[in-house]
Ligand binder design. Structure first.
Ligand code: CS2
Ligand code: MG
Length: 402
């Protein structure tokens, strides 16, 4: 079999997505997600100019060799743009290989290790009452695990609670939306949120929270301690994790489980965190960590150190990324949980998917390949529109972590 063409499809059904579609001389095609929220066109250029021309004529079954060729062959290794581009190609090649083998991707990885994939979804409110109500609605929908975010009194809008934050897509602005932040206001208020949620909804629901990289290690340690009463499933992205050793301080002070890694793009970003068991869940996801080939490697490495998987699954991961994640989730022995923040209906129209959701559990389905396609005709109806993730400033104007 030979690769005959590679198409990079950019569309915006509610938000921008970058999709790689690979064609072969035997009529099989495969698709992969290469979306990098807020920097989509950088990945498109990387693919169109530097990688796609090198694929024509290659044997699509040589997935590992192609991955190494693009990873080592770049010389300038790693980074979100490079690894998202490689991910789009890699995921499409695994799709083709599983189709050629006439089986769902999870069978090619080693078969199912479970019957269904536990997921968590999002609930948020501009205040505690709204957030508590939102959690109730998610429980009624059957979810077993819910991430809870809340607006902070005195701050105009906070990550995960405003319209722009929820869609992560400020397409209606020429510049990134600017949020305002106060760590002290946040640290005082979040324990109140979880006290109210536990009082209202009890203990049979798993609760998660995302600090979105904004704390210092000692502030993260304080929050972890202050939240131990709530027995969270995890506290996510407390500290921007370039300085992995910083997590030793957090670990010393709290037993609240920690999750990190959605912004990581190679195993090296998480190596020390996992080797020293400074985290409990690794959040890398297929589109940002270099595809199925690399994600499987990270998952296996994590299993050596009692770290469980927790693929990032916000709306800016396309249904293709979710589909590929779900095949890995069904196979991986050290599975933790899969994020599922849901999709706008127009997104699911553009990306017909075999995966399904029932009573808080997902399943990739039994379609051959990873089970997700792209409706190219429909995708054309949603042209790309430049959009930015928000930025975050402290009350004195200092540019902070978003
Ligand atoms: C968040 C994401 O889902 C999460 O855990 O951190 O929504 C994140 O803000 C976006 O994926 C960024 O594009
Ligand atoms: Mg997050």
């Amino acid at each position: 079999m030979k690769i005959t063409d590679v198409k990079i499809i950019v569309c915006s059904p509610g938000r921008n997505f970058v999709t790689v579609k690979i064609f072969t001389d035997e009529g099989l095609t495969g698709v992969g997600d290469a979306t990098l929220n807020g920097r989509e066109k950088a990945v498109v250029a990387y693919l169109q100019e530097h990688l796609a021309p090198l694929l024509i004529g290659r044997d699509p079954s040589r997935i590992e060799d192609i991955w190494q060729y693009f990873y080592k062959g770049a010389y300038w290794r790693r980074g979100p743009v490079t690894m998202a581009a490689i991910a789009g190609i890699d995921t499409a090649l695994w799709d083709i290989k599983a189709k050629a083998a006439n089986m769902p991707l999870y069978q090619l990885l080693g078969g199912a290790s479970r019957e269904k994939v536990l997921c968590y979804t999002h609930a948020q409110g501009t205040d505690i009452a709204e957030a508590v109500e939102a959690v109730g609605r998610r429980i009624e929908q059957g979810y077993k695990a819910i991430r809870v975010q809340v607006g902070i009194p005195g701050l105009p809008d906070v990550y995960g609670t405003g319209k722009k934050s929820v869609t992560n897509n400020a397409a209606d602005d020429a510049f990134p939306h600017e949020e305002t932040w106060s760590t002290s206001k946040y640290l005082r208020y979040v324990p109140e949120l979880f006290k109210a949620v536990r009082e209202a909804h009890g203990w049979d629901i798993e609760l998660l929270h995302d600090s979105h990289h904004r704390l210092t290690p000692i502030e993260a340690a304080r929050l972890g301690k202050d939240l131990e009463f709530a027995r969270l499933f995890w506290l996510e992205d407390t500290v921007a994790a370039e300085y992995q050793e910083g997590f030793r301080l957090i670990r010393k002070h709290t037993t609240t489980p920690l999750a990190v890694g959605e912004v990581f793009n190679t195993i090296w970003d998480a190596r020390l965190l996992m080797e020293e068991q400074l985290i409990d869940y690794i959040r890398t996801t297929t589109v940002h960590a270099g595809g199925v080939t690399a994600q499987r490697r990270i998952m296996d490495f994590a299993s050596v150190y009692n770290v469980r998987t927790a693929c990032h699954g916000a709306m800016d991961m396309s249904p293709i990324c979710l589909g590929a994640n779900l095949h890995l989730d069904l196979w991986v022995p050290n599975f933790g949980i899969q994020e599922y923040s849901g999709y706008l209906p127009e997104i699911l129209d553009v990306f017909p998917s075999a995966w399904s959701l029932k009573d808080g559990y997902l399943h990739p389905g039994e379609a051959i390949g990873h089970g997700v396609e792209i409706d190219e005709k429909l995708a054309e109806k949603y042209p790309y529109q430049r959009a930015y993730l928000p930025v975050n400033r402290l009350e004195d104007g200092t540019l902070w972590h978003w």
